[in-house]
Ligand binder design. Structure first.
Ligand code: NAD
Ligand code: MG
Length: 362
């Protein structure tokens, strides 16, 4: 069995859990050892269900498996749709011993995880992420939640899964834009913490874009290892975990400016990381060559390297001022001390920030 997949552990004491990564694990990997009761509720959506629901059900032999199928889209990551998960659980008489299973991308993972955190004051859940972004990012670390009309991810809870099952084969059906968006977060891990991984990505980017299974498994493994290590050191984002937000302050401004859904999160993060790199160079931390190197990799991943046409420095400043990471009115940014080493700082000079906007805005 074990040559079929690679295994990692997120070390959180009694909340520790394994991540299994491999090809064709869906339908063949027995997850029933991670289900303590007799009931399983798979939460998925209309896009993913026809593709993978039958195989996901086969992962729970001997269990009673029910399903809630949600509409597809970030706009359904809301209170009303969350409530339909509770409807399904109650109508089908799921008890405190039930296990929820998230089958889908980050939207499903965040919602199913939050439903698990709330249902009957908390039940176990398992993540089966099916987008690259969810496999390398949202399924690991225990952040769950929904959006509020006044802000993204504003309602939520920390709730760690029992296990994460990553089937690299499920990425074969993912639209290329979603693959590129996931690659932005993969590149992020190299930039913030793992220079060796960044060099590996430079050698294998085309294999990743064309979804070669061995390359995907390696990139996902190294990304999850990086996230698992950071989460183990700082589960509730007291400090270090904030470096996972490299490119995200600029990126969120781009997402909001473009209107949610027009730029994918990963696309905005890709450009955001280039802006963070530029500012790091202006602050004397990395070199111009480093910036060019990062820019080349972003482009090879199929990601944009400029903000939307028409977006100005004022647009950025207005949108970045409301960022969640700001403390006491100071703009907090993740910058690169060197390639492979990120730092959170409120000390970037306003002049260099203005220069960064001048170089990126049309
Ligand atoms: P998503 O869940 O919307 O999935 C993207 C699209 O791909 C959807 O249309 C989905 O139905 C479809 N899809 C999923 N798997 C597929 C497959 N195998 N084949 C074909 N289509 C498939 O988006 P996402 O990028 O996976 O996740 C974004 C969400 O994750 C956001 O809501 C974000 O806030 C959240 N997120 C959470 C964390 C965290 O730590 N909890 C981290 C990052 C992002
Ligand atoms: Mg992100």
């Amino acid at each position: 069995m074990s040559d079929r997949y690679r295994e990692l552990s997120v070390e959180l004491g009694e909340r520790s859990y394994p991540i299994f990564i491999g090809e064709d694990l869906l339908g063949t990997q027995d997850l029933s050892p991670f289900v303590s009761g007799a009931q399983v509720m798979i939460v998925t959506n209309e896009t993913v269900a026809p593709l993978y629901l039958d195989r996901a059900k086969a992962c729970f032999p001997g269990k009673r498996v029910d399903t809630v199928t949600l509409p597809d889209g970030e706009k359904f990551k809301d209170w009303k749709t969350l409530n339909s998960i509770f409807d399904g659980l109650l109508e089908q008489r799921h008890t405190r011993k039930t296990t929820l299973v998230a089958l889908g991308g980050g939207v499903i993972g965040d919602m199913a995880g939050f439903a698990a955190a709330c249902y009957q004051r908390g039940v176990p859940f398992i993540q089966i992420p099916t987008t690259l972004l969810s496999q390398v990012d949202s399924s690991v670390g225990g952040k769950t939640g929904i959006n509020h009309p006044l802000g993204k991810n504003m309602i939520g809870a920390f709730h760690q899964p029992q296990a994460v099952l990553i089937d690299t084969a499920s990425l074969q059906t993912l639209p290329p834009r979603e693959v590129s968006a996931g690659l932005a977060e993969v590149i992020k891990y190299g930039l913030i913490r793992d220079q060796g991984f960044l060099a590996w990505l430079e050698e294998h980017m085309e294999s990743l874009v064309s979804l070669k299974p061995e390359a995907l498994a390696e990139a996902i493994f190294r990304s999850c290892a990086c996230k698992a290590e950071i989460v183990a050191l700082d589960e509730r984002e007291g400090g270090l975990r904030a470096i996972l937000n490299l490119g995200h302050t600029f990126g969120h401004a781009i997402e909001t400016y473009a209107g949610y859904g027009n730029w994918l999160h990963g696309e905005a993060v890709g450009t955001g990381m280039l802006m963070a790199a530029e500012l790091s160079a202006l602050e004397g931390m990395i070199t111009r060559d480093d910036c060019d190197r990062i820019n080349r990799l972003i482009l090879r991943a199929g990601l944009p390297d400029r903000p939307p046409v028409g977006m100005t420095a004022d647009d950025f400043m207005g949108l970045m001022a409301v960022d969640k990471k700001n403390v006491d009115g100071l703009l907090r940014l993740v910058l690169l001390r060197s390639v492979g080493d990120a730092v959170v700082t409120s000390n970037a000079s306003p002049e260099n920030l203005a220069l960064t906007f001048a170089r990126f805005c049309s």
